[in-house]
Ligand binder design. Structure first.
Ligand code: 13P
Length: 347
């Protein structure tokens, strides 16, 4: 059998490389309206299409963000919105050399069985949606699958169903000239140990990469967005920074082929300083041995301080932008293994 090479292979490779360029990472601004509303309400902000536009405009146009941010993942509502002066948010990103991305899954829904497992939907009509997003300027697309650790779960059926959908979405993305950012997240919720998280993450990644191979997904034009190997938030004893870094990278080295375009991490409910420290330790201790760049693709860990400032009265735009760019800079340093607590204090 001849290997299948997507028509846009070179473009896909280049986009993936640019997403994980040294010292840069991706900001996730793709919260669904429901999630965004939850985050806004927690800081006293109203959530409407207009306030969401204002907030995302603030982040996208933050001075110097392009020094640290390679691209932004948008939500369907956001990719259709514009700045105050009528420029699309996509154009605002492109003008500063940041790559527009789009979330294309339609959410994680309860699986049958009542065990608390989720299955991500969004394949129906995806080919047509991808063609439209490409036309609008999107060059990468995210799909998030969710694996929950709990009593008797994850089941093999949950791993497999989610991995199969990830692989089918990834193949459709590449056909459209769009880099798939595959996100098979293992949730941090629960009281599980780091060792339990390692086992689940390893199993999950092995199944995901097997499915990608079966669907002939070109790994060089694919970016993995993964959770870290970390203790559950309610674990009685939570592992420290070095252990999280080492267990995470060891697991990736066992399961992720060297051809992959790049690895980015989600923050998944870790604090913002913790997220920077973990990324830094991984790069400091492992960057000379891993075949792929490892960087950030955080939502909360990049946005939270800015949202706290902007939320209450939506007025402190410049201050919020500074807080966002500061986190972007901290994570840029961490992606090079050059971050330290002294940098935090210099704020
Ligand atoms: P967090 O960094 O807040 O986990 O968000 C990343 C993301 O894109 C989740 O899908």
């Amino acid at each position: 059998m001849t290997a299948y090479v997507p028509q846009h292979a070179e473009e896909l490779r280049e986009t993936a490389r640019a997403m994980v360029a040294p010292g840069k990472g991706v900001v996730a601004l793709d919260e669904s309206n429901a999630t965004c509303t939850k985050r806004f309400e927690a800081v006293g902000a109203q959530s409407t299409a207009e306030t969401r536009r204002q907030y995302r405009q603030l982040l996208i146009t933050a001075p110097e963000a392009e020094k640290y941010i390679s691209g932004a993942i948008l939500f369907d509502e956001t990719i259709r919105q514009s700045t105050d002066d009528g420029k699309t948010l996509v154009k605002a990103l492109q003008e500063r050399g940041m790559i527009p991305g789009i979330k294309v899954d339609t959410g994680a829904k309860d699986m049958p069985g009542g065990r608390g497992e989720k299955m991500t939907e969004g394949l129906d009509g995806l080919r047509e949606r991808l063609a439209e997003y490409y036309q609008m300027g999107a060059r990468f697309a995210k799909w998030r699958a969710v694996i929950t650790i709990g009593d008797g779960i994850p089941t093999i059926g949950c791993y497999k169903a989610n991995a199969h959908a990830l692989a089918r979405y990834a193949a459709l993305c590449q056909e459209a000239g769009i880099v798939p950012m595959i996100e098979p997240e293992v949730l941090i919720d629960g009281s599980h140990s780091i060792e339990h998280c390692r086992e689940v993450t390893e199993q999950n990644l092995r199944i995901v990469f097997r499915e990608l191979a079966e669907q002939e997904v070109m790994l060089e034009g694919t970016v993995l967005k993964t959770s870290m190997v970390i203790s559950g938030l309610k674990a009685p004893q939570r592992a420290g920074v070095v252990e999280v870094a080492d267990r995470t990278v060891e697991t990736l080295m066992r399961c992720v082929p060297p051809a992959l375009g790049g690895v980015v991490f989600l923050s998944g409910g870790q604090g913002h300083v913790e997220s920077s420290a973990h990324l830094n330790a991984m790069n400091q201790r492992w960057a000379d041995r891993t075949p792929w760049n490892m960087t950030f693709s955080y939502a909360r860990a990049l946005q939270q301080p800015a949202l706290d400032i902007w939320g209450p009265d939506n007025s402190k735009v410049a201050e919020a932008q500074k807080a966002f760019v500061f986190r972007a800079k901290m994570n840029s340093l961490a992606s090079r293994g050059e971050y330290s607590e002294a940098h935090e204090k210099a704020a």
